[in-house]
Design a protein. Structure first.
Length: 296
């Protein structure tokens, strides 16, 4: 596919993710340059892209540079290497590694000092979904910079969205998502193990997932609004009652001889909220255990 506007792009890092990012940009018809520390990984691009022998050479030949290295430590080291500030000055750098808001802030201030336009990008997809509708990329930073490159970046994902103009916004939302997803995955494996230990067919659990996920969304939306409004009271279910329900999960896991660390750590969180004086409050009061704020 030929883009209506052909851009000069460089991709630094051809790991699992960088390889797919570079492939999609090259296939979209952009003038693509690739660089990787281990040169063997550039072989696949000999006919579709220019292969640079150094990172600064890759940046010199591009107007938009995408960094898809392991993490910020590796990226920052590379950015501080001789020749890089000069090669990137006046260009746009998109940092795509996973990292914390503090790391994003720090790399963004390097960019400001160096005269580099800067966007954060966080990928919510596996490499094999890059370039398909099953991928999202969350961007943050200056809206004008995003607007300038939006069309060039569009082929990378089904959803390419500027989530905020604070440079940290994409990293914050990405980690909020990852914390939620991995926590939910750990809890799901607990449930799966319990069902299997009690000979409940796995299909029975799978077939009920839709309403479970819908219920989580409903209660999470409610909690988000109520935490904003400091509104923890209600007539549905107290934290004390929730905790005793959870204690059954711990007991059943022990009875079945499976690991109980996941439900136990959740019971601990509920107990902390109760100790802070929220035993008679509802689920949103868990916020107080997480933020460690004592009872109002
Ligand atoms: N894979 C996913 O599903 C996924 C999804 C979302 C976000 N991400 C994020 O995308 C980033 C890349 O992930 P990945 O899966 O592509 O990782 P990966 O396959 O391990 O690739 C890491 C890349 O970083 C390079 N690198 C590592 N240390 C280096 C150093 N000291 N100097 C120069 N280059 C160095 C590697 O070069 P060499 O080839 O020379 O080792 C390689 O290009 C990570 O931040 C990850 O969290 C990944």
């Amino acid at each position: 596919m030929r883009p209506t506007h052909r851009s000069r792009v460089a991709v630094l890092g051809l790991g699992q993710m960088g390889t797919e990012i570079a492939r999609v940009l090259a296939e979209a018809g952009h003038d693509t340059t690739v660089w990787n520390r281990t040169s063997a990984r550039t072989e696949a691009f000999k006919s579709s892209a220019s292969v640079a022998s150094s990172a600064d050479e890759a940046c010199r030949g591009a107007d938009l540079v995408l960094s898809v290295l392991s993490n910020y430590t590796v990226t920052d080291e590379l950015l501080k290497a001789p020749g890089m500030d000069d090669a990137l000055s006046g260009k746009t750098l998109v940092q795509m590694s996973t990292g914390t808001p503090d790391e994003a802030r720090s790399t963004a201030s390097w960019a400001v000092r160096t005269g580099v336009a800067y966007l954060e990008a966080k990928i919510v997809a596996y490499p094999n979904s890059i370039g398909t509708d099953h991928s999202s990329i969350l961007y943050s930073g200056d809206p004008e910079t995003f607007g300038r490159w939006q069309h060039t970046l569009a082929p990378l994902a089904g959803v390419n969205v500027l989530v905020g103009k604070n440079v940290t916004d994409a990293a914050t939302l990405d980690l909020a998502w990852l914390g939620f997803w991995y926590g939910a995955s750990a809890a799901f494996h607990q449930s799966l193990a319990l069902c299997r230990a009690e000979q409940l067919p796995v299909e029975t659990l799978s077939s009920q997932l839709r309403w479970m996920v819908d219920f989580i969304e409903l209660t999470a939306r409610d909690s988000a609004t109520r935490v904003e409004n400091d509104d923890f009271s209600g007539t549905d279910c107290t934290l004390e009652v929730h905790r005793s329900a959870l204690e059954h999960v711990v007991r059943a896991s022990r009875d079945a001889g499976i690991d109980d660390r996941v439900p136990r750590s959740v019971v601990e969180l509920f107990s902390r909220a109760i100790a802070l004086g929220h035993g008679g409050d509802e689920l949103p009061a868990l916020d107080r255990a997480v933020t460690r704020t004592s009872s109002r």
